[in-house]
Ligand binder design. Structure first.
Ligand code: GLY
Length: 380
């Protein structure tokens, strides 16, 4: 069986793994990425919101700091990616409008806006009429809104295509193979064994294994990453010319207590998401999920009825017990984690690549990554 050697081997070719590989390769490191279907999992299902403010949760201060660094890192990352490949990275800095449908939704939105403002985040509370001025096709029943100028979106499918090209032009070796296990020598990871029996030997192994992280064989059970899959169903609709642009900004809505988001793309696509279910590795799209998303989308944007339903798809968010990623040293020498990005994978792609590349370069996890060590969970 063939044996490969590399300075670094990255397990997983989603956005996170590809971005790490590209960053390392541009730093002059020899990198191999192993993935049977690079860029084909959660990275292409996601809607691509960069939403540190609108997705903020009570008590997640460390994650908020990382998420803000994430959105700040995107413009430079996108510019470098576009320079390297001649392809669009898909970044759209258009801001986000949160809207509420009934009075209970409006009260909840105002409470969240107060919390966001208390954290020093830029939010502007709007009446229903002011919200409709920004988005004229919103339902007349929309009772209020909050304008969030700093939350944006990325066409994640464009970003995946650009990153696949970037790793190719930067000399990364992409092996379209699954990893069977991490090879260890004593307490050190020294490479990976692939499903076909061949091996990649490397001084550094990086696990960007997303929702499959807890299953990574070769990692001692007490050091495994506590990551579980959380299914999300997403729809892609096409806006006919007559109704374009159906939306100018990402719209997040609470409609009769249910959450939905609508992310417009410049070409006329409207991405609607997302359900959230703990059903293991099930990626079937269920009728109930499609129904719920369309019900909530058409409540706040009635023209949804006139749009073509082009795609239904489901993916798996890699969730951790505290909703924050797992970054850096694993407890096994030679193995770094870059996983558990849950709802923020697209947002955190550039900053994760920077944090992990710096760790490889210096041997030290930068301060920004320190709250996200695997060791915070102890044994699980
Ligand atoms: N960040 C959006 C989602 O996970 O559905």
């Amino acid at each position: 069986m063939p044996e490969h050697t590399s300075d670094v081997v990255v397990i997983g070719g989603g956005l996170i793994g590809l971005a790490i590989a590209w960053q390392l390769a541009t730093d002059g490191v020899q990198v191999t990425v192993c993935d049977p279907t690079p860029g084909a999992q959660t990275s292409v299902v996601a809607a691509g919101m960069l939403a540190p403010v609108t997705e903020v949760e009570y008590g997640e201060d460390d994650l908020l700091a990382l998420n803000l660094a994430g959105v700040a890192a995107w413009p430079d990352f996108a510019a470098r990616l576009e320079d390297a490949t001649g392809l669009s990275a898909g970044l759209h800095q258009t801001g986000t409008l949160s809207v509420a449908y009934d009075v209970d939704d409006a009260a909840e939105l105002r409470r969240l806006a107060e919390y966001q403002r208390g954290l020093g985040l830029a939010v502007e509370v709007l009446s229903g009429r002011e919200a409709r001025k920004r988005e004229p096709l919103l339902a007349t029943g929309v009772t209020g809104g909050v304008w969030v100028p700093g939350d944006h979106s990325v066409d994640n499918r464009q970003a995946v295509t650009a990153l696949l090209r970037a790793v190719e032009v930067s000399g990364v070796t992409l092996l379209r193979q699954s990893v069977d296990h991490v090879i260890t020598s004593g307490t050190t990871a020294i490479g990976v064994q692939l499903a076909d029996g061949s091996a990649v030997h490397a001084g550094q192994v990086i696990a960007a294994t997303g929702p499959w992280s807890a299953q990574l064989k070769g990692v001692p059970p007490e050091l495994r990453a506590p990551v579980r899959p959380v299914k999300g169903e997403v729809l892609r609709l096409r806006v006919p010319e007559a109704y374009r642009p159906a939306l100018n900004h990402t719209v997040r809505a609470t409609a009769r207590g249910f959450s939905v988001y609508l992310v417009p793309r410049p070409g006329g696509e409207l991405v609607v998401g997302a359900t959230s279910n703990e059903l293991g590795y099930d990626t079937r799209v269920l009728a109930g999920g499609v129904f719920a998303l369309l019900r909530d989308a058409r409540t706040v944007l009635p023209v949804t009825d006139e749009l073509e339903l082009v795609e239904t798809i489901a993916g798996l968010r890699p969730a951790t017990p505290d909703n924050a990623p797992i970054l850096g040293p694993s407890g096994l020498d030679g193995l770094l984690w870059a996983t558990g990005h849950y709802r923020n994978g697209v947002l955190l792609t550039p900053v994760t690549a920077a944090v992990i590349a710096e760790t490889v370069r210096t041997g030290v996890l930068p301060d920004l990554g320190k709250p996200f060590l695997r060791s915070r969970f102890g044994q699980f």
